[in-house]
Design a protein around this ligand. Structure first.
Ligand code: HEM
Length: 543
């Protein structure tokens, strides 16, 4: 297996050579630069003049220059590049909106939007395609469901993949999710008995558990089992190389999207794709004996079905890809996409939900009461079943409230305008990237009274102290044709895991911890850690 993305040694030595040569040539160059009329002086002056001319053009004479926004930021891609490197641009957008209002331009062709009607128009009514930003995340040289900007491709691929997330199929995944959750619970119990039993990470005080680490590892194991038919055993061993490689690669992808020069030095490591391809081959080789009710099986069956109905591949790789056919490569790629799109998203959302619960003990007590009632008939040791918890309003309210306050799409959703358009009296030329700022909408007191408070009751008709939540104000899973195909999967997983933890343990807040977050493709706590206290409940809910 290839190593984690590092500097490309050959290119790095070329780079070192250039830097060395620059140092040797430095005194001469500086001297030459200081001589008006010398060749270097002329080249440098022309370059500066061209850059300044382009910056002035973008800032004052661009079709978007009528929009509010900082002229310096709008004149160059430099600052978007820096933001892309840091993974923290979501901290900067609210400041921009506070200063400039619901629409502001912060890059030559990127405009941030928090206006409710415009967001609906961008995501739902006009259903604009994804932007060039998404292409930086294409894997296996293939368009895929998540990244593709091509409507026809997306329509075909979504038709083939979406049924895998239908309720009937998802119910078959419950035993897999339950088994992985039970393994996590056993590991938590081990750590509570002996803090040294921790798998990786630092040993914590007795009674403390890093719940963020558990959520990350558990959701990786679940997606490994359901998308590849093989757990990464991250909860048990925490040593599988693929998750780490993937996290590094996604970070690099995001950085390179905004800083294309990095591609020259830092190759991307797609070991994940090799891993995925091997799993697909293994499953196909086993034939009927290897059948399992999971996402991978669904993709393999869908491929066989298409072939049997004469809708299989033509043999021309490019045409097949553009048409969204389920080739072998496409099956491998989509299984990998599930891992990319379906692990950190769920784990972050669960960590934030638990973080809000431990910070709001009254809400935690109310959730516990609801769960205890719903699972009262369980024998000791049994995990809550999905039938027991799927319709619990307070549990759903807690998850919704956490997704509202900390949406996984922290930097907003970029969409590209396909033709010149005027929205809310503002002109946007073809090619403009509109960034639908979901977080700002979710945090608006106009739509969510006391917006910065964790109030699960607001989602429960009859219990809410506020008017009902309006349509098109809450987009944790996006909307339109590009909404999250894994929404039902994610809701099921989050409900099952959070219910299992709350029923089994008393959990509590540990003060003085960092809770800042970063976003490369999805959002995560910057430290990958959130510690809580946990204690087995005695004796009533002992199982
Ligand atoms: C709490 C968990 C999750 C959240 C908040 C979430 C959120 C989102 C959002 C906001 C999008 C739109 C992204 C964009 O427009 O750029 C999206 C798309 C997507 N999600 Fe999720 N997601 C979650 C879990 C999952 C899971 C578990 C899976 C799969 C197992 C998944 C698979 C996908 C895929 C494949 C897409 C692309 C769909 C398309 O364009 O047709 N997601 N998700």
């Amino acid at each position: 297996m290839a190593t984690v993305s590092t500097l490309n040694p050959a290119r790095f030595s070329v780079f070192k050579g250039i830097v060395k040569a620059m140092f040797v040539a430095y005194p001469t160059s500086i001297h030459s630069l200081r001589q008006p009329g010398s060749l270097l002086w002329i080249i440098f002056t022309l370059w500066i003049a061209k850059t300044v001319k382009n910056m002035i053009k973008r800032a004052y004479f661009h079709p978007l220059s009528h929009l509010p926004g900082n002229k310096l930021l709008s004149s160059t891609y430099f600052f978007t590049g820096i933001a892309g490197l840091s993974g923290r641009s979501h901290y900067f957008h609210p400041l921009g909106h506070k200063h400039y209002g619901k629409i502001f331009r912060f890059s030559p062709d990127i405009v941030s939007v928090t206006d409710k009607d415009m967001i609906k128009e961008i995501l739902v009514t006009m259903d604009y395609p994804k932007s060039v930003i998404h292409e930086g995340f294409e894997l296996n040289d293939q368009h895929n469901l998540f990244t593709s900007r091509h409507k026809e491709f997306h329509k075909n691929r979504r038709r083939l993949v979406a049924p895998a997330f239908g309720l009937q199929y998802l119910r078959a995944l419950e035993p897999i999710m339950a088994e992985c959750t039970q393994i996590a619970i056993d590991e938590i119990d081990n750590i509570l008995k002996d803090p040294k039993a921790i798998k990786g990470g630092k040993i914590l005080k007795p009674g403390q558990v890093d719940i963020c680490s558990f959520m990350i590892r558990l959701s990786l194991d679940i997606i490994g089992e359901t998308a590849f038919g093989q757990s990464f055993r991250m909860v048990k061993d925490n040593t599988h190389p693929v998750p780490k490689q993937l996290a590094n690669t996604l970070k690099r992808c995001m950085q390179q999207t905004f800083n294309p020069w990095m591609k020259w030095f830092v190759p991307l490591d797609w070991s994940l794709v090799e891993f995925g391809a091997q799993r697909v081959k293994d499953r196909k080789l086993k034939g009927e004996a290897g059948r399992r009710a999971d996402l991978l099986q669904y993709l393999i069956d869908a491929q066989a079905h298409e072939r049997a109905n004469g809708n299989g591949e033509t043999g021309n790789d490019y045409d097949d890809m553009i048409a969204g056919k389920l080739t072998d490569k496409a099956v491998e790629t989509e299984a990998c996409v599930f891992l990319v799109a379906g692990s950190e998203t769920s784990s972050t959302a669960m960590t934030f939900t638990i973080m809000y619960l431990v910070k709001n003990s009254d809400k935690l007590a109310k959730l516990r009461e609801e769960l205890d009632l719903a699972t009262a008939s369980n024998v000791p040791g049994a995990l809550p079943t999905y039938d027991q918890i799927r319709n619990l309003p307070y549990l759903t309210g807690c998850i919704n409230e956490s997704l509202r306050l900390r949406p996984v799409a922290a930097t907003g959703l970029p969409r590209e305008v396909t033709e010149d358009v005027t929205m809310k009296g503002q002109f946007f030329p073809k090619g403009t990237i509109l960034l639908a700022q979901l977080p700002q909408l979710h945090w608006s007191d106009e739509y969510f009274p006391q917006a910065n408070q964790f109030i699960p009751e607001r989602w429960i008709p009859g219990e809410s102290p506020f008017p009902p939540v309006q349509d098109f104000t809450f987009y944790p899973f996006s909307a339109g044709t590009r909404n999250c195909v894994g929404k039902n999967y994610a809701m099921m997983e989050m409900r099952l895991i959070i219910a299992a933890l709350i029923v089994r343990y008393d959990i509590g807040f540990v003060p003085r911890q960092r809770t800042d977050y970063i976003q490369y493709i999805t959002t995560a706590l910057a430290t990958d850690s959130y510690i809580i206290t946990m204690k087995r409940r005695e004796p009533a809910r002992e199982f």
